[in-house]
Design a protein around this ligand. Structure first.
Ligand code: FES
Ligand SMILES: [Zn+2]
Length: 121
């Protein structure tokens, strides 16, 4: 078996609509994961080379819907099904990440992120 060349993790965590953190899969239908699967199939990319996996919460809820692609460890936020073909064509096939969707380092696991709720002291 060849090693996977890329692994796409798509957050499909669902929280109740009144949860202040929101969630990446508010509808519970995991449309984003389905869109990645469909796009990979459409582009003839076999699941033995690139995997699109459902993931639990990736702890980037405030930037979601969240997708992370390894081995590059490129984090995307605010991803919609309309972005998926572009990600597959540019990033997965062309190795050119989509700058406008990347969660900036200043937000990723950083105390400086202005989007995350502050801890109550
Ligand atoms: S719910 Fe998707 S990152 Fe937390
Ligand atoms: Zn942020």
């Amino acid at each position: 078996m060849p090693k996977f060349e890329k692994h796409i993790f798509i957050c499909t965590n669902q929280r109740p609509p009144d949860n202040p953190r929101g969630s990446c899969n508010a509808s519970g239908k995991a449309e984003l994961h389905a869109a990645f699967k469909a796009s990979l199939t459409h582009h003839g990319i076999k699941g033995t080379v690139v995997r699109a996996n459902k993931s639990g919460c990736l702890e980037q809820c405030e930037h979601g819907p969240t997708v992370v692609i390894y081995p590059e460890a490129v984090w995307y936020g605010g991803v919609t099904p309309a972005d998926v073909d572009e990600i597959v064509e540019s990033h997965i096939i062309g190795n050119r990440p989509i700058e406008r969707l990347i969660i900036p380092d200043s937000c990723l696991n950083a105390a400086t992120c202005p989007h995350k709720p502050r801890k109550q002291l």
